[in-house]
Design a protein around this ligand. Structure first.
Ligand code: NAD
Length: 389
């Protein structure tokens, strides 16, 4: 187990504050959630490493090989570039249904022919010693089958959010990884991002007293393709970006929601969004009377996480992008370094495998989110308050 060296210097009284934190290990983060378990107090005093004092010693001294499954926008735009910066893992292979992408990626990232698969011969990856981790970056409804196939092939797995479109699929994925003795994590990059980690600390440690309310909004101006198809996406913006609000409420409070009410927004583009919601507002109730008001949309840009507590407040705006987070509290501005979230996320998973410790973003966390998303949809459809058990 990695140890943390605590040295937190918080200058909360100044108009502008900066928290310097030192850890042993790079981007090594705490386990946050097991299903229905209170998340309280998982944070060590120190959260971030500006510069690790001592490099961790993995049990296995090698970089783990990652194969990306699905070479779309996120793989090409974020994950492959991040894998050029990772210390403990590297881009070893690809799985694609498009022959031209195989040619382009092979040339761009120097991927051996033997490490390139398509969706049909993917199971042969079991024989490939270069690949330790399979990272599933496909449309949401395809996650489950590929995670199960990857586990059966004897690989550790990272699966993109949302983990799946049903809780039953999540159970299948978790069971397959358990049976194979392999680790499963979800691509929750914000658990490795300093501003969001600060919200976890401020909220879970009740630095401003007990939380009263939360506002979490995440929406974007437009979308296209499979995200409009309920069969592939599982729903609309709630599945795609609203999930970040659910995550934010959980990690800011360190608690699990107990009930939800929800209202679908009126569609501005009913033809385009005929299959999925265009926008949605929902309210999560947490233990202790905490109320979280959340919004998501495919036709409105929004990006906020705000916590109002007994003795102060904190907010991030924007809260959820790949970079450029900004934050403020009732005591002053936050000032944290910009990090490559995806590189940290993947390095942490590689380290977790090599150290034999749990990932802080496990399959159970993804399953709990899918359960909450389904409760939100049920509340939207029935117009009733739905308890989350
Ligand atoms: P995308 O549409 O850009 O790419 C999807 C890829 O899947 C494409 O390469 C496509 O060819 C392939 N594919 C295989 N079978 C398909 C099918 N039947 N229909 C459509 N495409 C098919 O999508 P994306 O933005 O890369 O998203 C992929 C996954 O990553 C989603 O689950 C999404 O939620 C997730 N994602 C996560 C983040 C994040 O910040 N963590 C950001 C973006 C996307």
């Amino acid at each position: 187990m990695v140890q943390f060296l605590n040295s937190r210097r918080a200058f909360l009284k100044s108009a502008s504050y900066k928290i310097t934190m030192l850890t042993l290990g790079s981007g090594v983060l705490p386990v946050l959630a097991a299903e229905a378990e209170p998340l309280l107090d998982p944070l060590p005093e120190s959260i971030l490493a500006e510069e690790p004092l001592i490099k961790p010693k993995p049990l296995v001294q090698k970089k783990l090989g990652i194969a990306l499954v699905g070479l779309g926008g996120y793989s090409g735009g974020q994950l492959a570039p991040a894998l050029q910066e990772t210390e403990h893992c590297y881009l070893a292979g690809i799985v694609t249904g498009t022959p031209q992408k195989a040619i382009d990626w092979k040339a761009k990232y120097n991927i051996p022919t033997g490490n390139i698969y398509d969706y049909n011969n993917f199971d042969e990856i079991s024989k490939n010693q270069d690949i330790d981790i399979v990272y599933v970056v496909l449309p949401n409804a395809l996650h489950a089958d590929f995670v199960v196939r990857a586990a059966k092939a004897g690989k550790h797995v990272i699966c993109e959010k949302p983990m799946a479109v049903t809780v039953e699929d999540c159970d299948r994925m978790i069971a397959a990884c358990e049976e194979a003795g392999k680790m499963l994590s979800i691509g929750y990059r914000l658990h490795f991002e300093p501003y969001n980690r600060e919200m976890m600390r401020l909220g879970q440690k009740e630095i401003f007293g007990k939380i009263k309310t939360i506002e979490a909004y995440d929406g974007m101006g437009d979308t296209n393709g499979w995200r409009l198809d309920k069969k592939l996406a599982g729903g609309g913006p709630l599945m795609d970006v609203g999930i970040y609000c659910v995550q934010a409420c959980r990690y800011t409070t360190g608690m699990e929601p107990i009930a939800v009410t929800a209202i679908e927004g009126i569609k501005k583009k009913p033809e385009k969004y005929k299959d999925v919601e265009e926008s949605l507002s929902w309210t999560l109730e947490f233990p202790g009377g905490i109320i979280a008001n959340c919004k998501t949309s495919y036709t409105q840009d929004m990006n906020l996480l705000r916590m109002n507590a007994e003795k102060g407040w904190a907010q991030l705006s924007p809260a959820y992008p790949y970079r450029g987070q900004a934050g403020e509290t009732s005591e002053g501005k936050m000032d944290f370094p910009s990090v490559n979230q995806q590189a940290r996320q993947m390095d942490d998973f590689a380290m977790a495998i090599m150290e034999g410790r749990p990932t802080p973003v496990p399959g159970q966390m993804g399953r709990q989110d899918v359960k909450i998303l389904q409760a939100i949809y049920k509340a939207m459809e029935t117009k009733q308050r739905v308890e989350i058990k």
